[in-house]
Design a protein around this ligand. Structure first.
Ligand code: MRU
Length: 351
């Protein structure tokens, strides 16, 4: 049964009364545990340890964390405040390197503080709380806009493959790639989704499958290595993914395995769509080779739920993201419009 309304109640975090509650995404889908944070150090640890994950969601969390830090600063002048505030932002920025939204949100918080440095410290603190809440509110609103822009690309009856989780859980709400699918469903299209398991952290199996099932959008789980077989059998009509950072020329960093899917989609002449807000586009980087790629712990591969899968001491590589060259991307869907073809020109024109 299709989701009857264009909405979802799923949220990765809720800010109220000076505290932030986060749904512990490491525990889904078997346990729904909410953890509470009220310090910037706590929020930084939540981002680093993947309590909250997904590019836009970690941007929102970082902004709230920066506000917690700002609130506790003792300073006599705006300049003294600014020096302490940039240290707090550096601490939050050091948690995860690839998703640019994290750095974008912290830059935005610091720009706000810098622009208001002549004001009293009390006024600065009040302003920063509003700025953090604005980042969260805008993110959900822009996801809905992006969703509508992308829904026109999804045909009625389409069988859509997605990778990782680019849903409500990965944003302030609604989602990017899954936002497009939510909007397609809301437009009356009968679609079905294939969710890649997404080794090693299993965002597809644990999060995308949970999120879509909960919102009654038809979803079938597959392992990452099944996509080629199913494409060849004609069981997939298009691929849609989110992004962690898009360089000026349209190269896309996203969850490890995305590049392989793009190559497979090209071979099978299937559209390969990327959905991301403008806050994910980094015009400062000319191409994807300049995007920093996070390497995560060996244990994510050698162990699963505490059970050892690989021999003790075996060398492991665990890059958490890869880069898909722009030439393999059929369209980049944003809240400001859909870009195809000449990404260098098209992406710059969106700003
Ligand atoms: O390591 P994660 O779970 O933070 O990686 C998330 C992804 O790669 C998502 O596809 C991306 O952030 C887009 S989320 C809207």
């Amino acid at each position: 049964m299709a989701c009857p309304i264009d909405t979802t109640s799923i949220r990765p975090l809720i800010y109220a009364a000076g505290k932030c509650r986060m749904l512990d995404q490491r525990k889904l889908p078997t346990e729904e545990i909410w953890l509470e944070y009220d310090s910037y150090q706590g929020v930084a640890e939540a981002i680093r340890s993947m309590v909250v994950r997904g590019a836009p969601a970690i941007g929102v969390a970082a902004a709230i964390g920066a506000w917690f830090g700002a609130r506790d600063i003792e300073a006599a002048t705006g300049t003294e405040f600014m020096a302490k505030f940039s240290q707090i932002c550096s601490h939050l920025a050091a948690t995860r390197p690839t998703a640019v939204n994290l750095h974008w949100a912290l830059q935005r918080m610091q720009s706000f503080a810098r622009a208001n440095v002549e004001r009293s410290v009390t006024e600065l603190k009040i302003g920063l709380e509003y700025e953090a809440l604005a980042i969260a509110e805008e993110d959900e609103r822009l996801c809905r806009k992006l969703g509508k822009n992308g829904a026109v690309l999804i045909a009625d009856g389409a069988r859509v493959l997605t990778h990782c989780n680019a849903g409500a859980l990965a944003t302030a709400g609604y989602g990017t790639a899954l936002g497009v699918l939510r909007a397609a469903v809301a437009a009356g299209k009968k679609i079905s989704v294939l969710a890649d398991e997404t080794r090693p952290f299993l965002q597809g199996a644990r999060l995308t499958a949970w999120e879509l099932q909960r919102d009654q959008i038809p979803v079938t789980l597959i392992c990452d290595n099944m996509a080629g077989y199913l494409m060849r059998k004609g069981e997939i009509d298009c691929v849609i993914v989110g992004a962690d950072r898009i360089s000026a020329n349209g190269d896309v960093a996203n969850k490890i395995g995305t590049y392989s899917l793009a190559v497979l989609a090209k071979e099978h002449q299937l559209p390969f769509y990327v959905a991301a807000p403008l806050s994910t586009i980094d015009l400062n980087l000319a191409n994807g080779s300049l995007i920093p790629i996070e390497e995560r712990s060996a244990e994510e591969l050698t162990h699963l739920g505490g059970i050892q899968l690989a021999p003790t001491g075996v060398p492991v590589r665990n890059p958490a993201f890869d880069v898909t060259p722009a030439r393999l991307v059929s369209a980049i869907i944003t809240e400001a419009g859909v870009v195809k073809g000449d990404y260098l020109k098209g992406l710059a024109a969106l700003f």
